[in-house]
Design a protein around this ligand. Sequence first.
Ligand SMILES: C[S@@+](CC[C@H](N)C(=O)[O-])C[C@H]1O[C@@H](n2cnc3c(N)ncnc32)[C@H](O)[C@@H]1O
Length: 182
Amino acid sequence: MAGPAIPERLVWTIDQLDVRPTDRLLEIGCGRGIAVSLICDRLTTGSITAIDRSPVAIKAAQARNRDHIAAGRAAFHALALADTNFAKSGFDKIFAVNVNVFWTDGTRALAAVRNMLAPPGVLHLVYQPPTARQLTTLTGKLAPALARSGFSVDEPLVVEGGTPLLCISGRIPMTAPDRRQT
Ligand SMILES: C[S@@+](CC[C@H](N)C(=O)[O-])C[C@H]1O[C@@H](n2cnc3c(N)ncnc32)[C@H](O)[C@@H]1O
């Protein structure tokens, strides 16, 4: 018997991530770990770490991804973003789907993410709000917040429809070479 359908927002999110087999990814607010299980199927030597502040969600995500954890492709932590202590520049791609902290406490959250991304790393923030009007509000908050935090911001991607989808992506620029004479 077929299992429950994969939510459209997660399939779309994974399309935006352009997962490479060697990527090191972090998902913030992974819920039950559905996106992680889809991403692991695309990894070879890469890996994904996922956090959620809800221990109940992490337990469900671990149960869903038992084989990927055993293979060393996935790791889960019951942690809020503000409590993480991952290595500087430890990830190539970071993403979050329907996680509010980026507009409720954007400055702190984006500084933490920037520290964890290795240049030219990318952060993808995906939202599926109930109305199209909220897309505009979210874009108006998130795009300037990303720019203020040192990200180069892509043109927002929108899929309109009954429940619209928004992806805002910010990239860490490669550091310009130091041309000063010594
Ligand atoms: C609306 S759910 C979305 C779950 C999943 N991303 C999805 O789209 O199915 C938001 C999730 O983010 C988690 N969350 C919210 N704020 C968080 C934070 N600051 N750090 C880590 N997880 C957080 C919540 O516990 C919840 O599981």
